[in-house]
Design a protein around this ligand. Structure first.
Ligand code: ZN
Length: 323
């Protein structure tokens, strides 16, 4: 997601559906005539709900690999995360390192958007109360020039991170797991942490910034006490989580800090329902700019996505095991 970048009008749901049917294989070019996903200027686009189905449901969808692909040996990015430093070269992805570290801990992962949102404009355009204003229930998210959608990206990376964290002993709840037709709404996503009695939550996104910009950044909550929002209790721990995520994601992927965000890979916002309404420490990560060709190439690569998941899992592990 990104800020209020203006974009051409969203394609109609019908056209979208038609395109999907017509181009199931490479969900690309034909019919896209330069259209750009109404990115999440989605300030609202990221939050979470606890109605997520059990992990097993995800594996029955067949949408993404239930088990992340093993990174090929030698593909380790610069700055290998410390958690995996001791692992044998070529070890399959769900790295067993630190298996018991997270026993008894619960983590909510919030895959931004939903692949089905494109077909449910009425539902996702509904306004929801985020405390200091109203936002769209959810947004479609952005996509690469080749048509790889942010919603597919966030779900894949979240599933990979879940596998890593589960292997370390954590209980992981996905806010949506490709198991519902659209959404959930951002306020529902925000409640997911509390509903799951989670220790922490991370919302996974890819940005839709102007194509000239590249890099990743983490969004931390500003203090918001307005209407039904009061996130004052999570601001400090979320800041700590944000710093850890910035550092660990950078180490795992080698991705530079976003060059269109002033503060070295960190941003603080008060316009995201997912942060305003969260009762547990939570941040968003914009893993890269899907509108930028270099970032898009990386984000489309399953091996890079595994590294991204590794960075997220390492940050959450560090957050929960160091105080
Ligand atoms: Zn997004």
């Amino acid at each position: 997601m990104t800020g209020p970048t203006s974009r051409p009008p969203r394609r109609s749901a019908l056209l979208r559906a038609t395109t999907v049917v017509a181009a199931v294989v490479p969900l690309c070019t034909a019919g896209w005539f330069g259209w750009r996903a109404l990115d999440h200027s989605d300030p609202a686009a990221a939050t979470a709900v606890a109605t997520a189905a059990p992990p097993s449901a995800a594996q029955s969808t067949g949408q993404a690999p239930a088990t992340p692909e093993a990174p090929p040996s030698g593909s380790t990015p610069t700055g290998t995360p410390t958690e995996t430093a001791a692992a044998p070269t070529g070890t399959p992805t769900p790295t067993p390192t630190g298996t018991a570290d997270l026993a008894g801990r619960t983590i909510v992962l919030d895959p931004g958007h939903n692949p089905g949102n494109f077909s449910h404009p009425t539902e996702i355009n509904r306004q929801v109360d985020v405390g200091n204003g109203h936002k769209e229930c959810d947004t479609t998210g952005t996509e690469t020039d080749a048509g790889y959608t942010e919603a597919d990206y966030t779900l894949d990376v979240s599933r990979r991170a879940r596998a890593l964290l589960t292997a370390r002993g954590a209980k992981v709840v996905l806010v949506q797991d490709g198991d519902r037709p659209w959404g959930p709404c951002v306020d529902e996503r925000a409640r997911a942490g509390a509903d799951a009695h989670a220790d922490v939550a991370v919302s996974v996104h890819g940005d839709g910034a102007p194509a000239s910009g590249s890099g990743f950044h983490v969004i931390m909550p500003a203090k918001v006490v307005a209407g039904k929002a009061d996130n004052s209790a999570i601001v400090e721990p979320s800041h700590r989580l944000g710093l850890l995520l910035r550092d660990r994601f950078h180490a795992a992927t080698g991705e530079p800090y976003a060059d269109y965000i002033a503060d070295e890979g960190l941003d603080t916002r008060s316009d995201l329902g997912g942060l305003n309404l969260s009762a547990v420490p939570k941040v968003f990560i914009e893993c890269g700019n899907m509108r930028n060709s270099a970032d898009a190439r990386r984000m489309t690569d399953p091996q890079w996505r595994q590294q991204a998941a590794q960075g997220i899992a390492d940050a959450l592990t560090a957050f929960l095991t160091t105080h």
